[in-house]
Write a protein that binds this ligand. Structure first.
Ligand code: CO8
Length: 261
């Protein structure tokens, strides 16, 4: 276990990562980012873990962005490039994992906080959540993948308005623009995220892995190639014990017990 990241395993199949720097609203310094990466790798490599949930410690913040004190202490372009490389690698690792990820956004998700959730699969936002890409007001821009993921995930006029103005927006707006799945009362947020994670973790981890690959790779392909890719992957799925188990369980009117084989 690391100082800034709490890694907990809930009911064996759901891993929970809590970014634990509440005094600075869970801001991401380089050490925190690297600890988060290592904790994620631990869960990603653990075959018992099927779904990974991210949240922030306390009841105020998910992540209030990159650590501004660290940024101001950096001198010169090389350091920014190192930080940009680290944060790009780490967020891309989350985004391309074979395991589904869920953000439980329990408060401020500013700058790097919004950029973090943009790299996760499913986002539940607490009713007190406050999001933004405020970098423009700091004289920088959302360089943790924010410009690229935002423009791909919400309509471009909305993405541009939010990035050009840096204005804050609330949980309801995040859902309305398609950046988050649903708003949940803050007291129920982690519970809801865990219920959803457990529902997903009951499903075949093998199918989830192949489905994530189909989605991830196919979205950047022309339609014909994407369909061929899907066809190849569904071919692999039908040949598995999990497909046999899932279909047999339906016909036998019982709950399927998926093993990922
Ligand atoms: N970094 C470092 N410290 C922070 C950060 C942060 N992002 N956010 C808050 N803190 C610190 C404050 O400085 C304060 O410290 P101290 O107690 O020592 O004064 C402590 O946390 C508590 O904060 P506040 O007193 O300000 O608490 P409030 O409840 O009044 O306000 C806010 C909370 C609204 C979250 C406010 O703190 C705030 O606006 N924070 C900054 C948010 C922000 O601008 N985030 C974007 C940062 S830029 C970014 O994320 C880019 C990342 C990727 C770039 C990659 C390029 C290479």
């Amino acid at each position: 276990m690391s100082e800034n990241i709490i890694l907990s395993e809930v009911n064996g199949h759901v891993g929970l990562l809590t970014i634990n720097r509440p005094k600075v609203h869970n801001a991401l310094s380089t050490p925190v980012l690297l600890e988060l990466e290592q904790a994620f790798i631990t869960l990603d490599n653990d075959p018992r873990v099927r779904v990974i949930v991210f949240t922030g410690a306390g009841d105020k913040a998910f992540v209030a962005g990159g650590d501004l004190s660290e940024m101001v202490s950096r001198d010169g372009i090389t350091h920014y490039q190192e930080f940009a490389e680290d944060i790009h690698r780490v967020f891309r690792r989350f985004e391309t994992s074979d395991k589904p990820t869920i953000a439980a956004v329990n408060g401020y998700a500013l700058g790097g906080g919004t950029e973090l959730l943009l790299s996760l699969d499913i986002r539940l936002v607490a009713d007190n959540a406050d999001l933004a890409l405020p970098e423009i007001g700091l004289g920088v821009f959302p360089g943790a993948g924010g410009t690229q993921r935002m423009i791909r995930q919400v309509p471009s006029c909305v993405a541009k308005e939010l990035m050009f103005s840096g204005r804050r927006f609330k949980a309801e707006e995040a859902v309305r623009i398609g950046l988050a799945n649903r708003v949940v009362p803050q007291a129920e947020l982690l519970g809801e995220a865990m219920i959803l994670a457990a529902q997903i973790a009951e499903k075949s981890p093998l199918v989830l892995k192949l489905m994530k690959r189909a989605l991830r790779d196919g979205v950047n392909m022309p339609m014909e190639a994407a369909l061929a890719h899907e066809q190849a992957l569904i071919g692999l799925v039908f040949d598995t014990q999990d497909a046999h188990e899932g279909i047999s369980a339906f016909l036998e009117k019982r709950k399927a017990n998926f093993t990922g084989r």
